[in-house]
Ligand binder design. Structure first.
Ligand code: SF4
Length: 592
């Protein structure tokens, strides 16, 4: 394409987004969709159109997984290689794609028809193996499906009519709170009859805690945000579920978007916000058109926009699609991304409730939390707190996958034991449960009497079941590799530590690890946990640390008899090769 034509296209896209630097992600998405990749030239034109430094645009774009910097084929297959996908045969599907196209994963066919790439969890572990093909999800793939998919792409046809282009809802247990029947507008009508302080008091009565995993009381978050000084207040819904094995937001966004938008609206009323953002992970972009339709319908019904229900309250919601980065699930990183920057976590304090989006008070809440909030306003805090267990009130939507008969989404009450959960999903001969995703805990059978509970087993919702025949440590290696790849590279304990954790574990898996390596690995894990700047690094060692604690025999069985094999040393590695702060150019290159 001629340079001037490129410049015109980019200028048009920038114009669509008001030439606002804060809309850099949208502009990049728009240009990427039109030109197929973001070349150095495009980056220059985007910078020019938005009045930004070229380096800032390049730095941001290189951070996100789904922005290609090199030309790609007319179609791109992003095959998911998350742990559950590989358990269910993703490696064989990858091989079938390589055979059918004649190129390796990571390459493009010589006729530029098809590019093959891997991607991390795309929220379809209940119907694995899966892929995003030109943004369209294909599920339950087998090697036998691949020739037809490739033929369709070679003909330049749309894959959405293929039988594999079907995402099952897989909502296998509806609770009364998140997935119960709803009357759109009911919660808003009730909310507007209360003062914001009364509404927050109702949240306090409910004892609702954030469903992202940390469990911070929602009433406190809203109260801090409401009383924080600022020119404007904002509500942000974190729909960036990227924890491998998580897919319950996919089902909530499909099944009950009205409840979510209602929750965002009552949150806006409570904290004094006029504007809300739904930050939708890039992998769920296929849901965007439907969600926009729901928003439009709600505006028409007077449930969004100016003078909501004639009560003088103004509030509207914009959907921001991400670019593909696990760390953007961290609230401050998400805010950076929402502002059109790379999603690097911020130092805290100040917390987002004090200085969040555009440095203004911002309440970032999980999808499920906001659904619970809407239900609480509708039915009352006391009604909500009658569900659950001790200090964990209400229900939890779990995404359950792996070795079980009925993978899917289940809304269960807090307090359920792991054994009851296994019986519910038809899981037998279970070796381990990865509870809370890779950043959570790997639990052995002697822990299956433990309960779903913020104070013992907190989770954002991911539950992966490993049968007794699985090589558990190999899956821990894959989890550790995931953290290594998703580290934003800002701080050394995480950037270097995750790589060293991976090397240490690989040494043990190869059979050349020693007892002193195990000790070093344990110390390194504790250091990475204690010294990392954000939740990603603070939990990256969990797959190793929790399996060392709960499955010590698995490690000991892989050790070498030779005690003279040298082990690695974090302090030495830091000294030899790694700056203590600063970015990792290799990572940036990798994302490019
Ligand atoms: Fe980035 Fe990891 Fe540091 Fe978090 S802990 S800021 S992801 S390098």
């Amino acid at each position: 394409m001629a340079v001037e034509q490129q410049r015109d296209i980019i200028s048009q896209v920038a114009e669509e987004f008001g030439r606002s630097p804060a809309r850099l992600l949208d502009v990049a998405r728009g240009v990427h969709a039109r030109l197929g990749h973001l070349s150095e030239e495009s980056i220059g034109f985007i910078a020019e159109a938005l009045g930004l430094e070229r380096v800032r645009v390049r730095d941001t774009i290189s951070f996100y997984h789904f922005f290609a910097r090199q030309p790609r084929g007319r179609s791109t297959v992003y095959l998911c290689n998350a742990v559950v996908e590989r358990m269910k045969g993703a490696d064989a599907v990858a091989k079938a794609f390589e055979e059918a196209t004649g190129v390796k994963m990571g390459e493009t066919t010589p006729d530029n028809a098809i590019s093959l790439a891997y991607t991390a969890c795309i929220g379809l572990s209940d119907q694995a193996p899966s892929a995003l093909v030109n943004g369209i999800p294909l599920t339950n793939l087998t090697p036998a499906d691949v020739p037809m998919i490739v033929e369709t792409l070679r003909k330049g046809e749309d894959v959405s009519s293929l039988p594999q282009a079907k995402v099952k809802k897989n909502l296998l247990k509806r609770g009364d709170i998140v997935f119960g029947a709803m009357d759109p507008g009911a919660a808003i009508r009730k909310a507007l009859a209360l003062s914001p302080v009364e509404l927050i008091n109702e949240m306090s009565v409910s004892r609702l805690r954030g469903r992202g995993g940390a469990g911070f009381p929602t009433s406190m978050k809203w109260s801090f945000c409401r009383t924080a000084k600022g020119e404007a207040h904002y509500v942000v819904c974190n729909a960036d579920e990227g924890e491998p094995g998580t897919f319950k937001d996919r089902v909530i966004l499909t099944e009950c978007p009205d409840l979510l938008f209602e929750g965002m609206t009552v949150a806006g009323y409570a904290i004094g916000a006029k504007k809300g953002f739904l930050y939708l992970r890039a992998e769920y972009e296929y849901m965007l058109a439907r969600l926009e339709t729901v928003l439009a319908r709600r505006r028409d019904a007077g449930l969004l926009g100016t003078n909501i229900l004639g009560k003088g309250f103004d509030f509207d919601i914009r959907i921001q699609v991400g670019g593909g980065a696990y760390v953007c699930g961290e609230e401050s990183a998400l805010i950076e991304s929402l502002e059109g920057k790379r999603g690097a976590p911020r130092d805290r304090p100040p917390f987002p409730v004090q200085k969040g989006y555009r440095n203004q008070p911002t309440s970032v809440n999980n999808v499920e939390t906001l659904c619970c909030a809407a239900r609480i306003v509708e039915k009352g805090g006391a009604w909500f707190s009658a569900f659950g267990y001790e200090d964990s009130k209400g229900t939890k939507a779990l995404s359950i996958s792996g070795d079980c008969e009925r993978p899917g989404v289940y809304e269960v009450e807090y307090g359920m034991t792991l054994q009851d959960m296994l019986d519910m999903v038809g899981a037998r001969n279970v070796q381990a449960i990865q509870f809370g995703g890779p950043s959570g805990q790997c639990i052995a059978p002697d822990g299956f009497g433990r309960r779903l509970d913020f104070d013992d087993l907190a989770t954002g919702g991911s539950v992966i079941i490993f049968g007794e025949d699985r090589d558990l440590l190999e899956y821990m290696r894959q989890f550790t590799e995931f953290f290594t790849e998703e580290s934003c590279g800002w701080c050394a304990p995480c950037r270097v530590g995750t790589t060293l954790l991976l090397k240490g574990l690989e040494k043990i898996l190869e059979g050349s690890g020693t007892k002193s390596d195990l000790e070093a690995l344990k110390k390194l894990g504790a250091t990475v946990k204690a010294m990392s700047r954000c939740g990603l690094g603070q939990t990256a060692a969990n797959p190793i640390l929790t399996t060392m604690e709960n499955f010590p025999g698995l490690y000991e069985a892989r050790l070498s008899k030779d005690e003279f094999i040298p082990s690695f040393d974090l302090a030495k590695a830091l000294e030899e090769g790694c700056a203590v702060t600063g970015r990792n150019p290799d990572l940036e290159e990798k994302h490019a």
